[in-house]
Design a protein around this ligand. Structure first.
Ligand code: ARG
Length: 245
């Protein structure tokens, strides 16, 4: 009887239960990270994570509510209950994993370098010189990699990936270290005569959906949802929509 009471208690405390009770899944994300979450011309938030969130809400039988959130504070927002889950291209790092739980990775990326065209064909280490400036976004894995790898170059950080990329485009910086999918899209859209994409991956970064700790029910649901989506064609359809070459 005690064990059964414990089980019921756990279920009642699970975020999954509260989502079903409320009839809405709330998702924290920071738009601007192509192709996972960004704004279209009308200002709607679209992208890979948004499509996955829609499928998730559908499978739960609830509505979806996106909660746009600055990257700085996105984990704090989860911990204080501003949303049920972070779906924002977040790399599963061991440091973040001390504070939050992650469902199994849904994709893997790596850091690459979006560089000025004059650096085409170079290696990252060729850019680690005092006369060069490397930019990245503050608080992301790109910043961690930059500070770990670049010991001689000047490093400047920006609040958004768009501002950092713009510095390279303007010729004010030599390279930006950031997640490969973002760099590839930025390069394809604006790079032609000003940029080079040094596309060798410098890191291994599994991305995962993040939830509060101590919630095995929700974690179990998410991992089974991911397994289902990856094997019934749902994931491939979404992947192909955002990663078509
Ligand atoms: N993968 C990187 C990280 O976790 C960058 C993610 C940025 N996501 C965003 N929605 N702006 O640090």
């Amino acid at each position: 009887i005690n064990a059964m009471a414990d089980d019921i208690n756990l279920w009642q405390k699970s975020t999954l239960n509260s989502i079903v009770q409320k009839g809405v899944l709330t998702v924290g994300l920071e738009p601007g990270y192509m192709p996972f979450e960004m704004k279209d011309k009308q200002g709607n938030i679209i992208g890979f994570d948004v499509d996955m969130a829609n499928e998730m809400a559908k499978a739960m039988g609830v509505k979806l509510q996106l909660v746009p959130t600055a990257w700085d504070g996105i984990i704090a927002g989860l911990l204080t209950g501003k949303y049920d889950i972070i779906m924002s291209g977040m790399t599963i790092t061991q440091e973040r994993n001390l504070k939050i739980n992650f469902a199994d990775p849904y994709i893997s990326v790596g850091q690459t370098i979006l560089a000025s065209k004059k650096h085409a064909g170079k290696k990252w280490s060729d850019l680690d010189k005092p006369e060069y400036t490397i930019v990245t976004k503050i608080g992301v894995t790109g910043e961690i990699a930059t500070r770990k790898m670049f010991k001689k170059a000047k490093i400047r950080t920006f609040e958004t990936e768009a501002d950092a990329a713009q510095e390279v485009l303007n010729g004010n910086a030599d390279g930006m270290v950031y997640d490969k999918p973002y760099n590839a899209i930025f390069f394809a859209e604006k790079g032609a005569d000003k940029l080079a994409h040094l596309s060798d991956e410098l890191t291994y970064e599994p991305l995962g959906f993040a939830i509060r700790k101590g919630d095995p029910d929700f974690l179990n649901w998410l991992n089974n949802f991911l397994n289902q989506a990856k094997n019934d064609g749902t994931y491939k359809k979404i992947y192909d929509r955002w990663f078509a070459d």
